[in-house]
Design a protein around this ligand. Structure first.
Ligand code: LM2
Ligand code: CA
Length: 483
């Protein structure tokens, strides 16, 4: 939010409160949302518990320049060891095996201090399967579509071409809330407002496709922060996904599948032609959250995953180089069982060792992509080239390369072996340090001399970038990485 917008909002609030129109929020501690847009980088922190996450914000996420994180649903849920218990709410008390309310609040505070905004996953389409009675909200039979006179549906969703069926019936046995009811909307809004008072800046709307956008708009209108950042989960239509732009952004599942197509096989990258062909119709840039994968797609084959090694990293790098979209990376854990939750040691998540792609990861240990050299290097690059147009496309059998104005240039080699490139860039001639292998600070001083942490790359007098790029690897340089 710009200063003048803050100022105008303040004036409006003061005026309205003088007129007795609004209650002035008592929480003076609520910090205004930083704007989430293409210049920011997000990361989904799947199954991180609150105390581990607070530490990760301070030690890695904040320093790496991650601006916002998507965290697990924080509400009370059915018990059990599967990760998906968190998608079956039993009340809106902020208390689960990921942590207590106090631990959640401490995490948000720590993250905010480290410059990281928190987006909470809001499971508001349904409650846990098998009951229509949730005394701690409270909800009773009449608050569910199963018993609703006007929106009655007593079965699971069976017809994905029928919006009424998609929005009123049960999603895999999960009891469907009557979100058209003012009472239900009020309960949901109270829960979300509770999270806002703890410093949360926005929400992922779980199963948004299964909630009419008018219901979501009515809930949003009751939220205390008008700048709350909402990301809707709508995988294909009907309803037409872009109708959800009315209340917020969308996750781009098209992006995930495009990344799988482009980098899922050796020599795939030259297929990319952005935004001229493949990404036409991908929507509005600042309302599409571009992701390589999420927790569902990494389990259902809809995307690349940690198990794809270098291909997965290539897709992450690519996502950070494109001007299109609001990028969100992902940090989950290695698994071989769909249901398995991560391993915790003394109550904390554990990272796999190392700072990059490995040939194998310990099951249950977090991948911790925020600690990877290449990810940190590319986050900085991403921010550096903001506002610069994509220029000088180059592609051949294995390579795909382009610049962002004259501030940065990247080459993707999707062959399985090293390739030598000499590509015209428009960058100032000189010696550069690669930020993919060199990370956030790609230049170091050794005995008074500036040296590259990773690969050294030259740009000749004809602005040609000359580099030998390893198989399924990218090389990226920026004006700040000129040695
Ligand atoms: C989502 N987005 O719309 C989440 O991203 C996704 O992870 C959730 O499914 C889903 N919607 C519901 O919030 C996960 C998981 C399912 C799991 C549900 C509910 O992928 O497998 O379903 O959470 O916990 C589980 C069982 C399923 C059973 C259901 C109801 O796996 O077999 O269906 O509970 O008992 C009868
Ligand atoms: Ca519904």
């Amino acid at each position: 939010m710009t200063r003048s917008r803050v100022f105008k909002t303040l004036i409006a609030l003061v005026a309205a409160s003088l007129m007795g129109l609004v209650a002035v929020p008592s929480q003076a501690t609520v910090t205004p949302a930083r704007t989430i847009n293409e210049s920011t980088v997000g990361m989904q922190m799947f199954m991180w518990n609150w105390k581990s996450l607070g530490n990760e914000c301070r030690t890695n996420l904040g320093p790496a320049g991650v601006n916002w994180i998507l965290v697990m649903p924080p509400q009370d849920s059915i018990s059990g060891s599967a990760w998906w218990t968190h998608y079956q709410p039993v009340s809106y008390a902020i208390d689960s095996n990921l942590g207590t309310r106090a631990e959640f609040a401490a995490m948000v505070a720590k993250c905010n201090e480290a410059g990281v905004d928190v987006i909470a996953d809001a499971v508001i389409n349904h409650m846990a399967a098998g009951s229509y009675h949730f005394p701690n909200v409270p909800y009773t039979n009449t608050n569910f579509h199963y018993f609703s006179p006007e929106h009655n549906c007593q079965e699971d969703i069976s017809d994905y071409s029928n919006v009424t069926n998609v929005q009123d019936c049960q999603l895999g046995g999960l009891v469907d809330l009557a979100t058209e009811q003012p009472y239900v909307r009020g309960k949901i809004a109270a829960y979300l407002n509770d999270l806002l008072t703890l410093g949360v800046k926005g929400f992922r709307i779980d199963a948004a496709k299964h909630i009419p956008v008018v219901d979501l708009a009515a809930i949003k209108s009751q939220l205390t922060d008008p700048n709350v950042f909402i990301i809707n989960e709508v995988i294909g239509g009907p309803p037409e996904p872009t109708t959800y732009y009315d209340i917020g952004a969308l996750f781009s599942f098209d992006w995930s599948s495009a990344m799988k197509t482009a980098f899922g096989s050796y020599n795939g990258a030259p297929d990319l032609d952005v935004p001229n062909s493949q990404y036409n119709g991908m929507g509005t840039s600042n309302l599409e959250v571009t992701m390589v994968n999420n927790h569902d797609t990494e389990r259902n084959g809809g995307s690349l995953t940690f198990a794809d090694g270098k291909k997965y990293l290539m897709a992450m790098i690519y996502t950070l180089t494109e001007p299109f979209g609001v990028p969100m990376l992902y940090s989950g854990y290695a698994f071989s069982d769909f249901n398995a939750a991560p391993a915790y040691k003394n109550g904390y998540n554990v990272c796999n060792t190392g700072t990059g792609v490995k040939s194998s990861y310990i099951d249950g240990y977090m991948i911790c992509t925020d600690r990877w050299t290449a990810v940190q290097g590319m986050i900085r690059w991403h921010k550096w080239v903001q506002g610069e147009a994509k220029v000088r496309h180059y592609s051949d059998k294995y390579a795909y390369a382009y610049g962002r104005g004259t501030k940065g240039f990247v080459v993707f080699n999707s062959a399985s072996s090293n390739q030598s490139y000499a590509v015209r860039t428009g960058m100032k001639p000189g010696t550069y340090c690669d930020v993919v292998s060199g990370g956030k600070n790609p230049i170091k001083i050794v005995k008074g001399k500036r040296t590259c942490v990773g690969l050294t790359v030259t740009v000749d007098a004809g602005t040609r970038l000359k580099a030998k790029v390893a198989g399924m690897t990218a090389v990226a340089i920026a004006s700040y990485s000129r040695r």
